[in-house]
Ligand binder design. Structure first.
Ligand code: 0HH
Length: 210
């Protein structure tokens, strides 16, 4: 029986990095897919700590907030660095991913038609920070921090893959980020998950824009 359950809408959204982490570690999970009707008519919204999903169950422990879920799994499965400094750098990079994700989600849900061209034009100035940080990794930049994968890597790779759908050439001028995405997505378990129908058929966002 799987110990984990993801409670979320039928989107990749804020849960695909969690799914990527679980799949890469060979862990099983259940999906409780929440429909628009269930969400708007039932009690789930009232029960959710901040009135939003995703929710996540670890046996009978229930929690919310996608980045807290990533950290929870990071702590449990050795995906949070080896030293306090590595822990903090992983937190720092995950916060940077969240900043970019919020900009991406604002474009998708609030300003897609009017804002897409300007967003893509400005994107190199956002991605440059990640390229630069990878270039400083003394182990060669296979991972953001140190020489092991962390929860922040799944989060960044997912967000970069969303951006590649938005603008297929967006990594062309970033050799390290390009290599980073292809090396992480070639990890056998992750590659299997990313080529599964479960992943491919799940919409990226909830409004059909991508
Ligand atoms: N800080 C939170 C986190 O990281 C933010 C969660 C959040 O924004 O976990 N949740 C949104 C759904 S994520 C939410 O609960 C965006 C995907 C939208 C998919 C379509 C949703 C259709 C459902 C009506 N939104 C619902 C709400 O706020 O009532």
């Amino acid at each position: 029986m799987s110990e984990y359950t993801i409670i979320y809408f039928n989107v990749r959204g804020r849960c695909e990095p969690v799914r990527m982490l679980l799949a890469d570690k060979g862990l099983k999970w259940k999906e409780e897919v929440v429909s628009f009707e269930t969400w708007t008519q039932g009690d789930l919204k009232k029960e959710a700590v901040f009135g939003q999903l995703p929710g996540f169950k670890d046996k009978d422990f229930m929690m919310y907030q996608s980045n807290a879920i990533l950290r929870h799994l990071g702590r449990k499965h050795g995906l949070y660095g080896r030293t306090p400094e590595e822990n903090s750098l992983i937190d720092m990079m995950n916060d940077g991913v969240e900043d970019l994700r919020l900009k991406y989600l604002t474009l998708i849900y609030k300003n897609y038609e009017d804002g897409k061209d300007a967003y893509i034009t400005n994107l190199p100035s956002e991605l440059r920070y990640f390229e630069h940080f990878l270039s400083g990794n003394k182990y060669g930049g296979t991972f953001l921090v140190g020489n092991e994968i962390s929860f922040a890597d799944y989060n960044l790779v997912d967000l970069l893959r969303c951006h590649l759908v938005l603008s297929s050439e967006c990594l062309a001028e970033f050799p390290l980020l390009s290599k980073y995405v292809s090396s992480i997505t070639s990890r056998p378990n992750l590659q299997t998950f990313l080529s599964s129908d479960a992943h491919k058929n799940r919409p990226i966002n909830g409004n059909g824009k991508q």
